[in-house]
Design a protein around this ligand. Structure first.
Ligand code: TXA
Ligand code: MG
Length: 333
């Protein structure tokens, strides 16, 4: 680990600067959670609506009490089981938390990340780091430092290098209220994982829990239009596009040599296994989106409709601009 880089990053955070930081899920745009200036810079850089709150990253579970005014037993159970790791807890906010961070809501989102570089940075800095994913609002989240550079260029002065993100999609978010728990964003820690640890079922989502990623249907989105199709429909569309000499970019489970050799087709083979699929999803979407010639459409083969792929379905459906529904519906062009 490059300790001089970590020290430099911490010194920038102390000076209210915003930097790119690695985490095990996706790269973040990090600033001191106690600095109004840093928080404003984060919103400005992302063009993020002021109504969409930020996650505060802390170095250890005990820090939860600096940011939350009530910590139900269920929160401690989940923290003990899944922290450090890709889980964000939404709890009643401590009065000292800047209202800009929580977008004036009465709750705060907290997580202890597991990336060793992020943890070293948090320890060196000694305060909470507010960090949304390091992408322009609505765009594909970054899983490599190059992705962050592609999003912000010179606007961002420093990116702390942490290699490719191990998990590759954002943390699971769960709201913990009075003896209830509500899943706000699916992730690689699944609903079943949460229920097993809590010992009671998750409650259905309800209005008034703040602005979650669900409020914006077009999210995690490439610049080119994206559609999700089952294999047969996808192959039909690709052969039609090739006949018309229309460039198309494809993420599919099987290879089809006929298409792969076609100059109008850019083909990436997807991993079969859900965690591996999630790991490379955003990298693949960026490759598909930025390929030359520019694809007229990005076609994604529908993944298996199983709980293991729930988080992937959520991201794909939002990337296509459709309202997410539990990996149920067939989407056609
Ligand atoms: O894995 C992750 O969670 C990454 C890394 C960098 O930690 N962060 C991330 O942040 O995905 P962001 O801002 O892109 O997504 C966090 C989502 C936001 O869409 C926001 O709506 C929701 O968390 N959120 C934050 N605070 C909340 C709150 N108090 N109540 C409900 N939702 C909240
Ligand atoms: Mg985001």
């Amino acid at each position: 680990m490059d300790f001089s880089a970590i020290k430099h990053a911490a010194s920038l955070l102390r000076r209210d600067q915003v930097i790119g930081i690695p985490t095990e899920t996706v790269y973040g745009l990090g600033g001191s959670a106690r600095s109004k200036k840093a928080i404003q810079t984060i919103y400005d850089l992302k063009s993020r609506p002021a109504t969409n709150p930020l996650i505060i990253h802390v170095s250890q579970t005990s820090a939860i009490y600096d940011w939350a005014r009530e910590v139900p037993k269920s929160a401690l159970l989940l923290a003990q089981k899944f922290w450090p790791g890709p889980l964000t807890l939404v709890l009643p906010k401590h009065p000292d938390v800047l209202s800009m961070v929580t977008a004036n809501q009465d709750t705060v989102a907290l997580r202890v990340p597991s990336h060793p570089v992020t943890l070293a940075l948090l320890n060196e800095f000694g305060e909470g780091i507010a960090a949304p994913s390091a992408n322009r609002s609505g765009h594909i989240s970054p899983t490599r430092s190059d992705h962050v550079r592609a999003e912000f260029g010179d606007m961002l002065k420093y990116i702390l290098e942490g290699g490719p993100c191990q998990i590759g999609i954002e943390s699971t978010i769960v709201y913990l209220g009075n003896s209830e728990a509500i899943l706000l964003r699916p992730g690689t820690i699944t609903a079943e994982d949460l229920e097993d640890t809590l010992g009671f079922p998750l409650s259905a989502p309800k209005k008034g829990l703040g602005e979650t990623p669900g409020s914006h249907f077009l999210h995690y989105a490439p610049n080119q239009p994206l559609s999700i199709l089952d294999e047969t429909a996808l192959l039909d569309r690709v052969s039609q596009f090739t006949k018309e000499h229309t460039p198309v970019a494809v993420l599919a489970f099987r290879n089809h040599p006929l298409f792969q050799e076609n100059e109008y087709v850019y083909w990436i083979q997807a991993e079969e296994e859900a965690l591996q699929y999630a790991h490379s999803l955003y990298h693949h979407l960026r490759l598909l989106d930025t390929h030359t010639p520019t694809p007229f459409r990005i076609l994604i083969e529908a993944p298996p409709r199983t709980p293991a792929f729930e988080a992937v379905w959520d991201r794909l459906q939002r990337a296509s601009g459709k309202k997410p529904s539990k990996y149920g519906i067939d989407l056609v062009l």
